[in-house]
Every structure is written in C-alpha cells, then in structure tokens.
Design a protein around this ligand. Sequence first.
Ligand code: DGP
Length: 113
Amino acid sequence: MSCIFCQIISGKIPGEIVHQDDEVIAFRDINPRAPIHILIVPRKHLAALSDLTEEELSILGKMGGIAKKLAEREGISERGYRIVVNCGAEGGQVVPHLHMHLLGGRQLSDEMG
Ligand code: DGP
C-alpha cells in the first residue's frame, strides 16, 4: 500500500484525525497553509476528481457536507473559508488520492491560481 492517505486511513501512519465515518475521514494537513487546514478524504482509494464515475461523484456532496460541519466546529463558518480540490498535475494535485482542502482562519488571497 503505497498511497500515503490510504496509510493514514488504515492507521499505519499517524494523522490528526478530526472526523471519521464509514465513507470519509478528515485530518489536519501536515503542511498547513492557513490556521485551519483540514483534508477531507474518501476512505476508498479514488485517485482524482477526473477519474470519478457518475456513481462515485456523490462522494463530493458528502465531503462538502463534512467540510461545512467542520468549518462550524472550528469556528470559521461565519468569517468564511475556502474549499479546494486540486486535480492532476497542472491542478497542483500532489497526492493521488481524492481529497478536499478546507482552509480558513485568516484572510485568504484572492488569487485562484
Ligand atoms: P494536493 O497538493 O492537493 O495533493 O495536497 C496534498 C496535501 O497533503 C498537502 O497540502 C500536504 C498534505 N500531506 C501530504 N502528506 C501528508 C501526510 O503524511 N500527512 C498529512 N496530514 N498531510 C499530508
């Protein structure tokens, strides 16, 4: 099992887990770009958004709902936050396991890329 996120999901390597259910896990990013930087990750190894089948797309709604709840729990819901899903090399995806970034706790740049 070479995927770093699969290893966190299975408990082989540690992660600061802030949410888990039967389909999705969320943990703090090891290299936070904002005071709150959480990764929301499906347990199933899905490589990237571009690889999802029609049936698999629904996981994004679940991940978005968890991001919303985590933002509330982390106290950034009213101030605002950003959700990012990088896809592929030019999209800046480094870890080839689908994930959603939840970023907040400071004024984020208006640059989108
Ligand atoms: P992306 O560029 O969208 O593929 O973002 C991957 C993120 O994963 C990046 O912000 C750093 C984070 N990351 C990489 N390895 C680890 C790890 O071992 N543990 C944790 N918690 N985060 C990691």
